[in-house]
Design a protein around this ligand. Structure first.
Ligand SMILES: O=P(O)(O)OC[C@H]1O[C@H](O[C@H]2O[C@H](CO)[C@@H](O)[C@H](O)[C@H]2O)[C@H](O)[C@@H](O)[C@@H]1O
Length: 518
């Protein structure tokens, strides 16, 4: 086995050596046969921590070698000097397995280099064209190497077992895993990455000159945003005529940040919100839904006074059409095993971030940092997002950021799917909506907007005459064509609709009475 690492705190060299020791303890038949060659690149910096890592690596390897070594057999060969590229390539080519045990890292190209050396070594009589990689789940290349044996390097036992599995793997399987990796490495080369960066830039700059630019925010949060030329404020005067002439309306409202201001201490809806929702629900031409990431129990309690209001909770994992109708669970067979991986990671960040908490929902896990220090909280949220994306790369989940939250949701559940399901259900009842109003403020609401403004992405086709109003809260880049400034503006808009007579204006019939006038 080979390992090539810089000497630094994060590479987990000590953990790798402990795993090697454990391997020889658990599998005596490998003593005298299994060898780990660890090349420790000279340190790029100096300091006590580097010396400690070096000292630890030397001490553990000396102990393991003294315990299991015999004349002519050294289980851990630690090479801590500068090694030439050619010499390294030779070690890579000869090794049946490459072990990367970093506890934190960037991309880490070692497994890619190893794969290429195993494929292309011409010095060996017959290039092996098979390889096995034992890879820490915490390194950037981990999601791209689906044939690697993934490990949590903090667990010495699992790393030892992974090494054992690698050494015993049948050659045919080693070949298949190797082919998969080599195909990925050889197609995702420098030219590929350059081209895809270029395409991303082109996409980002498309329409650049037709966009209007606005400066928003203050101080450190000031930023310039580019908004489409048709992005405009939604005025009551603009929407009411379409509202009046429609017969089947669907009104979809996000909760937090849309009808409830983000900063409020009491999160329950105000009487004003309950009242305007009830007035809208009273009109038989309206179907009104709250579409929220919140749990169903909280939403049911809060909206108990709204008999005819529909609710989609937990981003649509649960839906009900009115207060007294049953909750329907989304039809997907969802497996929640991923929670066992995600929760300990969230706990680590909770311990390290004062004021943060974990919310356990039936279908999701959420890490909240709204009560943590704002700057530290956001940095931690970014780190946590990356961390969760790495460890959950092979799980059927989506990791997203929201307002002061990092949330893990099952794949296939989103507010966009809620919209598709509601629309298709209305269409199948012969009540295809001719007016859709959808208001939301954050990233999860963009999925709703996408479903209604890009009909090609949706499985449901609305009648061509339908009027669609997708509206974000706050002036910011969005799939929505309209914006409202804040929650106060949203409530005013809803009140404007509730006050608009729902029937078409009738022909005024003049009745002239002559009674008594003669
Ligand atoms: O879809 P929404 O209605 O916008 O709900 C999204 C999330 O709402 C809740 O989080 C929000 O309120 C929390 C305090 O109650 C606050 O800590 C957080 O910053 C807000 O985003 C809810 O707890 C989440 O599960 C929802 O996903």
């Amino acid at each position: 086995m080979v390992g090539v690492d810089d000497i630094d705190l994060f590479k987990g060299i000590g953990l790798k050596f402990l795993a090697m020791e454990q391997l020889l303890v658990e599998h005596p038949e490998l003593r005298g046969r299994a060898v780990l060659v660890q090349i420790a690149n000279p340190a790029r910096s100096e300091g006590r921590d580097i010396q400690e890592v070096q000292g630890e690596a030397r001490a553990i390897s000396a102990r393991v070698n003294a315990r299991f070594g015999t004349p002519g057999y050294t289980p851990i060969v630690l090479i801590d000097r500068a090694v030439s590229v050619h010499e390294k390539a030779a070690y890579y080519a000869a090794a049946e397995c490459c072990v990367v045990s970093a506890v934190r890292d960037g991309l880490n190209r070692i497994p890619y280099i190893y794969t290429v050396c195993r494929q292309e070594s011409t010095g060996l009589e017959d290039a092996p064209k098979r390889s096995v990689i034992v890879l820490s789940e915490f390194v950037g290349c981990s999601p791209s190497l689906s044939g690697a044996i993934r490990v949590n390097p903090w667990s010495v036992e699992s790393m030892a077992e992974a090494m054992n599995a690698a050494l015993r793997m049948p050659e045919a399987e080693q070949r298949l895993r190797h082919e998969k990796h080599y195909k990925y490495v050889s197609t995702h080369d420098v030219a590929y990455w350059a081209k895809s960066f270029d395409q991303d830039l082109q996409r980002a700059c498309k329409d650049h000159f037709s966009r209007r630019h606005w400066g928003i925010g203050f101080g450190m949060s000031f930023k310039v945003v580019a908004l489409g030329p048709n992005f405009r404020r939604l005025s009551v005067d603009h929407i009411v005529p379409s509202y009046r002439k429609s017969d089947n309306r669907l009104i979809l409202l996000d909760y937090d940040g849309t009808v409830m201001p983000e900063g409020s201490i009491d999160k329950a809806p105000t009487n004003e919100v309950i009242s305007v929702l009830n007035r809208l629900c009273e009109d038989p031409k309206n179907r009104v839904f709250i579409v929220s990431g919140r749990g169903k129990d909280e939403l049911s309690k809060w909206f108990a006074p709204c008999e005819k209001l529909g609710i989609a909770a937990e981003h649509g994992y649960f839906t009900r059409w009115s207060r007294d109708s049953p909750w329907e669970t989304c039809g997907l067979a969802v497996d929640f095993d991923w929670k066992k991986t995600a929760e300990p990671v969230m706990r680590l960040y909770t311990e390290a971030t004062d004021g943060s908490t974990i919310e356990h929902k039936e279908s999701a896990l959420v890490w909240h940092h709204d009560e943590a220090d704002p700057d530290f909280g956001s940095c931690q949220a970014k780190e946590l997002l990356d961390h969760l994306e790495n460890v959950l790369a092979n799980e059927p989940v989506v990791v997203k950021r929201g307002q002061h939250i990092v949330e893990v949701n099952p794949q296939g559940i989103s507010k966009g799917v809620v919209v598709d399901n509601l629309l298709s259900s209305m269409v199948s009842r012969g009540k295809a909506p001719d007016f859709v109003l959808c208001i939301g403020d954050d990233r999860s609401d963009e999925d709703m907007f996408e479903s209604i403004v890009c009909p090609s992405n949706s499985s449901v086709k609305l009648p061509a005459s339908s009027e669609v109003f997708a509206c974000t809260v706050g002036k910011k880049p969005s799939m929505a064509k309209y914006y409202l400034d804040d929650t106060v503006d949203v409530i005013k808009m809803l009140q404007g609709l509730a006050n608009a007579p729902s029937q078409r204006p009738r022909q005024v019939q003049l009745r002239v009475s002559f009674e008594g006038s003669l």
